[in-house]
Design a protein around this ligand. Structure first.
Ligand SMILES: NC(=O)c1ccc[n+]([C@@H]2O[C@H](COP(=O)([O-])OP(=O)(O)OC[C@H]3O[C@@H](n4cnc5c(N)ncnc54)[C@H](O)[C@@H]3O)[C@@H](O)[C@H]2O)c1
Length: 468
């Protein structure tokens, strides 16, 4: 079995590295599940060599905030030392724990500020087992060669299914009928209750969620039109329209799936409500700033909009409780008083399946980064990958050199690796940070140590790792 090891040692470990080789792990390197984003999906070679950082048992992982079980298993199966905590930690305890670990996995409550990351001397990668990465100082992490991964699209299907449910619920006024029954009122009506079959769904933003929704809606017998700033291949018999106005004028149900951008802020306001058909329906499960809520309240009171479902709001409470009031949003009470309005607390992506998919995607991204140095899907470093080294390449090493993007670096790098046979190499930069990956053949342990020391002595150096 070929040996495999990474040196990104602390200086005091350097002398030990040459003798202390770990064996390849028995767990195979799985390809990510279909839940992963296209970007993070890579197909490993059948005889891929399992590169391992340090000795297998040396990789220390700290998982906080009850990270999904499958994510924990993916990391444990690699032989890493995984410490798992159900909650987040107060800053002083976090600083204490983060000092030793190479990998940390968090969700949204743990704040990885520059103050905390400054203490993380061995940290090479952060996994955000969630959608957002606002809780991490991404620039500080990049400046110190720490990669950050998240899982932005694992919950697309969950959102699409919620929207399908809401289309039917609005068409049949289910929210109101259910509320009435809860209050003891029997109100059997068919007036202004519709089937969705044959109606037109207008999707604004035909990305991960919009495209899933398109397929589901057609299966329910709806006609689908969509508007997107990019020209996209329509799925099924869906049809892209040229302008937002064209969509608003034609659709019976309008649903927003655009990102939060300056151009999408207030994208659906008074003028857009005026363009809509009388008695149309609006759904927003994208971002709270996309719909002008006072304009929606006006459109619903006037009867222009027959029903709406909101999952996201301009201001959302940080935790669960009685917070959805006028202190949070001045129009809160007006909104809550409307009929045929479904209000949900940003649960579009909140399903068990989405949590599992996040665990798989982030867990696998961490393993790929630790074992192979691949940054595909990283949010703060350039995206670089090379095909895996194989078992037929036992004396090969992979150099990873994260450095400041300054003139003359590559000349110096080539002076170091120029004497060796470089099988393949890739460099990319993102802002001031560049990431170089090179596979070198015919190297032994002492050559690797020499390469490591020479890379570490360069002025442009942020972090050097050598995997073999
Ligand atoms: N409610 C929830 O729990 C939940 C969960 C996941 C995602 N979201 C939100 O849903 C939205 C869509 O997510 P996604 O994963 O489908 O995103 P995506 O990036 O895959 O797709 C967004 C699409 O919007 C298009 N777009 C961008 N600007 C536009 C504009 N001005 N006009 C028209 N189209 C425009 C893009 O070209 C892209 O095709 C995001 O805002 C995301 O934050 C909400």
């Amino acid at each position: 079995m070929a040996t495999a090891k990474d040196i990104r040692p602390r200086q005091d470990e350097l002398s030990l590295q040459a003798q202390h080789l770990s064996t390849s792990p028995s767990a195979s390197f799985h390809s990510p599940s279909s839940h992963g984003s296209a970007l993070t999906r890579t197909i490993p070679l059948a005889n891929a060599k399992h590169l391992k950082p340090f000795a297998t048992e040396d990789i220390k992982v700290l998982l906080l905030e009850n990270v999904n079980q499958i994510g924990r298993e993916i990391l444990s199966q690699q032989g890493y030392q995984v410490e798992f905590l159900k909650s987040s930690l107060p800053e002083d305890q976090l600083i204490e724990k983060i000092r030793d670990v190479h990998v940390i996995g968090i969700r949204s409550k743990t704040k990885l500020t520059a103050r905390v990351l400054k203490e993380a001397r061995n940290l090479i990668v952060i996994g955000c087992f969630c959608i957002g990465t606002n809780q991490v100082d991404l620039q500080y992490a990049a400046d110190h060669g720490i990669a950050v991964f998240n899982s932005p699209f694992s919950n697309s299907r969950s959102v699409a299914e919620l929207v399908i449910g809401e289309i039917i619920a609005l068409a049949r006024q289910l929210g109101d009928r259910s509320n009435e029954m809860h209050n003891g009122t029997w109100n059997k009506v068919s007036n202004k209750c519709w089937e969705i079959r044959g109606k037109t769904l207008g999707i604004i933003g035909y990305g991960h969620i919009g495209a899933q929704l398109s397929v589901l809606a057609e299966a329910m017998g709806m006609s689908v039109i969509f508007y997107d700033v990019v020209n996209l291949m329509a799925l099924g018999t869906a049809r892209q329209v040229d302008t937002l106005d064209a969509l608003l004028a034609e659709a019976d149900f309008i649903t927003c799936h655009v990102p939060e951008l300056p151009e999408t802020k207030g994208m659906i306001g008074q003028r857009q409500f005026e363009q809509m058909k009388q008695g149309s329906y609006l759904i927003n499960a994208s971002r709270g700033t996309v719909v002008d809520i006072p304009a929606l309240i006006h459109a619903m009171r006037s009867g222009k909009v027959a029903g709406a479902a909101l999952d996201v709001y301009p201001n959302e409470p940080a935790g669960n409780g009685d917070y959805f009031n006028n202190d949070l949003n001045t129009w809160g009470a007006d909104l809550r008083s409307l009929k045929n309005l479904i209000l949900t607390p940003h649960i579009g992506g909140s399903t068990e399946e989405a949590q599992t998919a996040i665990g798989v995607e982030v867990g696998q991204a961490l393993v790929r980064y630790v074992n192979e140095g691949t940054t595909l899907g990283a949010v703060n470093l350039p995206e670089v990958t090379l095909r895996s080294l194989t078992m037929d390449e036992p004396n090969h090493a992979r150099v990873i050199y994260i450095h400041k993007n300054i003139p003359g670096v590559l000349r110096k790098v080539n002076e170091i690796i120029g004497d060796h046979n470089v099988d393949k190499q890739m460099t990319d930069s993102r802002g001031d940070i560049a990431y170089l990956m090179a596979d070198i053949s015919n190297v032994d342990a002492s050559t690797i140590k020499d390469l490591y020391e020479r890379f570490e002595s360069l002025a442009s150096r942020i972090m050097t790792r050598i995997l073999y």
